[in-house]
Design a protein around this ligand. Structure first.
Ligand code: FE2
Ligand code: FE2
Length: 140
């Protein structure tokens, strides 16, 4: 396991917290399948499936936030979307390398040293401010 669900910073909108929880579950599944592979169990197919699930989930996660920001004219929408876009670009590159080399250690290193630290920081900053703003319009 990469991160316990209870360690995710919480924001003012429950629906965003749910999305973050689901993302960490999917990320843990991917991470576990890589660790399993490193122990000589598991398979590249399993990692491949979990990696694709993860990419799909991140895309849906970012789109759901962007939709709400646009709907309620969030003042820092371009900044928030800009952060999402940088990560989507990194993931697109990682996906290309994965498809070429099928090297699980690259995916693992990216998750550990880039994605997870970025996500924790992003939730504590961008998502926190956004959720606070949106909570004035959305009840959940
Ligand atoms: Fe988020
Ligand atoms: Fe976000």
């Amino acid at each position: 396991m990469l991160l316990d669900i209870s360690e995710i910073p919480r924001v003012a909108l429950e629906r965003m917290n749910k999305v973050h929880e689901e993302e960490i579950k999917i990320l843990n599944r991917l991470y576990d399948s890589i660790q399993k592979y490193e122990r000589g169990q598991g398979s590249l197919e399993e990692i491949d499936k979990n990696f694709k699930d993860f990419l799909e989930d991140v895309t849906a996660h970012f789109s759901s936030e962007q939709q709400m920001m646009e709907e309620f004219n969030f003042f820092a929408f371009p900044m928030h979307k800009g952060e999402h876009d940088i990560v989507l670009g990194q993931l697109e590159n990682l996906k290309k390398r994965w498809e070429k080399d099928k090297d699980p250690s690259l995916v693992k290193a990216y998750i550990e040293s880039e994605f997870l630290p970025w996500l924790m920081n992003h939730i504590q900053t961008m998502d926190t401010v956004t959720a606070h703003f949106l909570s004035h319009f959305i009840r959940d």
